[in-house]
Ligand binder design. Structure first.
Ligand SMILES: [Fe+2]
Length: 315
């Protein structure tokens, strides 16, 4: 295997300018449930049960954010503005993660840090446009118990991947119990996708295949779609002049959920930026309090199309 080769994109971690305001938006409108809070680093974790978090929010900071035992989670200079902190990719097991760490180090790739989050263990790396990526394996028997045992505390410290033999068991949830936020406008099931603007498509595709270990599902002149080992379209790359996150996508159960959600969004007076309807998918796009675009989508039966900057929500 070359590179990390994750199963899928599993979470998005955002820097937000006002943690309370964004938490209200992502719970009350977007329907994600707060499952853990880490006040020491001004962070909130949200999930509907698919994983220990499908979304994390961390308030912007002019300085460092330091976790357990002095572990620097956000180094000085990062996290000063709202936007993407990182994309979180789910590995099959700790053994797969440790093997991949050795592979990418062998390729000469410098990892930014390796971390024990207790719920997971992680390696972090920057892509060619300095987009920050996390490749993690679940580490807890039950993340709810780990969270309960750490209420209000810092949860993250350093991790030496070679300190002990790696655990080969798969700890991700095969068929999670999905929860619903009562009274929320939308009812997402999981984080499904992210779209990045990249400065150099060839360089980005080379990185995401060689280091990321993703497969190319579609490739055009100005864009590409890549996926993890589950074969889903996790990541869209679009050529542009302002690299970074374009938008991310949360999946809904079905078209009825989408239609009912759209009605509740409109009734709540929340502006809808865009609606997409094609054989490939149906979706609506909202804008969060910091201007980050969030898509709520239901996949259709139609074939995957080739993306381009003129239609960022086509995938
Ligand atoms: Fe993360």
């Amino acid at each position: 295997m070359t590179g990390f080769g994750p199963r899928r994109l599993a979470h998005v971690n955002l820097f937000v300018s006002d943690l309370e305001r964004s938490t209200a938006f992502y719970t009350e409108v977007c329907g994600l449930d707060v499952v853990f809070e880490e006040p020491g680093i001004s962070a909130v974790f949200l999930s509907n049960g698919t994983s220990h978090h499908d979304l994390a929010l961390m308030e912007v900071t002019p300085g460092e954010r330091v976790g357990r035992d002095g572990h620097v989670q956000v180094s000085r200079g990062r996290g000063r503005r709202a936007g993407l902190n990182h994309l979180g990719w789910e590995m099959a097991s700790e053994a797969a993660l440790v093997e991949a760490i050795h592979d990418v180090r062998g390729q000469g790739v410098k990892l930014h840090r390796t971390v024990d989050h207790q719920i997971s263990r992680s390696a972090y790396v920057f892509d060619p446009d300095e987009v920050y990526l996390e490749f993690y394996c679940d580490a807890a028997e039950d993340w709810r118990v780990t969270y309960a045992n750490n209420t209000g505390q810092l949860i993250t410290g350093s991790w030496d991947p070679d300190a002990a033999p790696a655990d080969a068991s798969a700890r991700y949830a095969e068929s999670p119990t999905i929860t619903v936020v009562e009274d929320a406008a939308l009812r997402p099931v999981r984080t499904a996708r992210a779209s990045l603007i990249v400065s150099d498509l060839d360089a980005a595709v080379a990185f995401y295949t060689g280091v990321g270990g993703l497969s190319v599902l579609r490739r055009g002149e100005a864009g590409a779609v890549l996926g993890g080992s589950l074969g889903l379209p996790d990541l869209t790359l679009l050529v542009g002049t302002n690299p970074g996150l374009d938008h991310f996508g949360l999946e809904l159960r079905d078209a009825v959920e989408l239609a009912e959600g759209l009605a509740r969004v409109r009734a709540a007076g929340v502006p809808v930026l865009h609606e997409e309807s094609s054989p490939y998918k149906q979706s609506l796009v909202l804008v969060d309090p910091d201007g980050i675009r969030v898509e709520f989508l239901v996949p259709g039966e139609g074939a995957l199309v080739t993306p381009g900057p003129e239609s960022p929500f086509a995938i």
